[in-house]
Design a protein around this ligand. Structure first.
Ligand code: NAP
Length: 248
């Protein structure tokens, strides 16, 4: 059966590394982005030039109409979806809880939580054996922040990842008998651009000595965990959340 994967927020960082590894493993890949068309198209061209199959689709996954259009494009251009990675995530400038505005809370929760619900809805409709589907796998990208709370930095982001973990546990149980496995990964400090949006591009380098393994992680190391959870080696694993955090 043809494997078709959609990875939200995959023009760079962990999503891009996951797209490349999935393509290497034979998946047809939908690379999703919101702004950086150039990066997404370059990644897609790289996969296609190496003999794989990829498309790049712009969609703001925090918006329901965009999510519906994104999944319809996957149906039309790649075929039946077999795997979804909810990877999109944003964080805003570090601050204390008392300084978090309602507008910021709404932005963070809409992008980090509501998008995951919207994409899971679309995926389950297509995958569930209860509605004629062939089954499938979902991996939700959470964060160690869900465990440690990110005090003084971004409790809103940490709480959004706590919600992602609960979504993973609940949905895994809800669709376990319908051929769908749902798991999560919790990355720790990973070298990507996300830390710049929190106001500290050098955050991983500053904190990595405090990680038990004494280094930050690479996006490719998270991608390996995601592909493991999607793959046949994880056939009896659902509702699990795997820390990819060097012991943090
Ligand atoms: P990143 O480098 O900042 O990349 C974010 C990606 O998401 C980009 O491709 C961006 O697209 C896309 N994006 C943002 N908002 C979007 C939206 N509304 N709709 C569609 N795409 C959108 O992030 P990352 O560090 O790889 O993080 C990936 C995931 O890992 C996130 O869920 C993050 O919370 C989680 N995580 C990361 C770390 C870490 O240390 N890096 C640690 C724990 C968890 P454009 O390029 O078009 O803007």
């Amino acid at each position: 059966m043809k494997e078709v994967i959609l990875i939200t927020g995959s023009s760079r960082g962990i999503g891009a590394a996951t797209a490349l590894l999935a393509a290497d493993q034979g998946y047809a890949v939908c690379i999703n982005y919101v702004r950086d068309a150039q990066a997404a198209e370059a990644l897609s061209s790289r996969v296609n030039a190496a003999g794989g199959e990829a498309i790049a689709v712009q969609a703001d996954v925090s918006q329901e109409a965009d999510v519906e259009r994104l999944f319809a494009e996957v149906d039309a251009r790649l075929g039946t979806l077999t795997a979804l990675v909810n990877n999109v995530g944003v964080l805003e400038q570090k601050c204390r809880l008392s300084d978090i505005s309602v507008q910021r809370l709404e932005r963070v929760l809409r992008t980090n939580v509501i998008s995951y619900f919207l994409c899971c809805q679309q995926a389950v409709r297509r995958m569930s054996t209860a509605t004629g589907g062939q089954g499938g796998r979902i991996v939700n990208v959470s964060s160690v922040a869900a465990r440690i709370g990110s005090a003084g930095e971004y409790i809103d982001y940490a709480a959004s990842k706590g919600a992602v973990d609960t979504l993973t546990i609940g949905l895994a149980k809800e669709v376990a008998a319908e051929g769908i496995r749902v798991n999560g990964v919790r990355p720790g400090l990973i070298y990507t651009d996300i830390h710049a949006s929190g106001g500290e591009p050098g955050r991983v380098a500053r904190l990595e000595a405090g990680v038990p393994m004494q280094r930050g992680g690479q996006p490719e190391e998270v991608a390996e965990a995601i592909l493991y959870l999607l793959g046949p080696g994880a056939s009896y694993i659902t509702g699990s959340i795997l820390d990819v955090a060097g012991g943090r």
